[in-house]
Design a protein around this ligand. Structure first.
Ligand code: E4P
Length: 217
């Protein structure tokens, strides 16, 4: 069971790495664009401060360029995972890269069948999206249950990386359904770390301790 961070923001990455609870990083072109800097510069800066699996997405729209783009990113660091949209060319690319032992993450997975094909292609990770399905009144958690049960039955090594998470309840649900990894925006990651009752409990315990032993302790 692992947690990845879904961001391209350097301070968020540094803060989370410092906690020691994050095992990987996922980015996408939207997250990189949000940082408002040069695309390649942002990718390089992220790779400079991490030594954990880091998904970088290919954006080319023809197969040859997708291969070229992937090889370019993979050469930047052994921690790079090539994030590939689930499509016919995308899965062809997964096959090419897996033969070269380059790690892949098939993204924009919305059905169990897309996940099965990605597993057959040899993907390292598949990213079923949860919240984007919820927004169109569809249950993404149910997909994870199906994928997890079929992967277990057929000993598929591909890791299920639940993505598009928008609240902490979805984190619990994704893990319960069998996700190996959940990738989280920094705000949700922070939310997981605390609860108002924990905060008030800490305050009360400290006050009661001080009543007995005195402020000096
Ligand atoms: C996952 O790898 C994606 O970057 C991410 O979770 C995208 O989903 P969202 O834009 O719905 O959050």
């Amino acid at each position: 069971m692992k947690i990845f961070l879904d961001t391209a923001n350097l301070s968020e990455i540094k803060n989370a790495l410092d906690d020691g609870l994050i095992s990987g990083l996922t980015t996408n072109p939207t997250l990189v664009a949000k940082e408002g800097k040069d695309y390649q510069e942002t990718v390089d800066s992220i790779l400079n401060i991490t030594n954990i699996p880091t998904s970088i997405e290919v954006v080319s729209d023809n197969f040859e360029q997708m291969v070229e783009e992937s090889i370019k990113y993979a050469a930047l660091s052994p921690q790079v995972v090539i994030k590939i949209p689930c499509s016919r060319d995308g899965l062809k690319l997964v096959r090419v890269l897996s033969k070269k032992e380059i790690k892949t993450n098939v993204t924009l997975v919305y059905t169990a069948n897309q996940a099965f094909l990605s597993g057959i292609a040899g993907a390292t990770y598949i990213s079923p999206f949860i919240n984007r399905l919820k927004q169109i009144s569809t249950d993404g958690i149910n997909n994870i249950e199906k994928i997890s049960s079929v992967f277990a039955k057929h000993s598929v090594d591909t890791k299920i990386l639940a993505a598009s998470i928008r609240d902490s309840y979805q984190v619990t649900e994704a893990f319960l359904a069998g996700a190996d990894i959940v990738t989280l925006p920094y705000s949700i990651y922070t939310e997981l770390l605390s609860h108002p009752l924990t905060e008030t409990g800490i305050t009360t315990f400290r006050e009661d301790y001080e009543k007995v032993v005195g402020v000096e302790g």
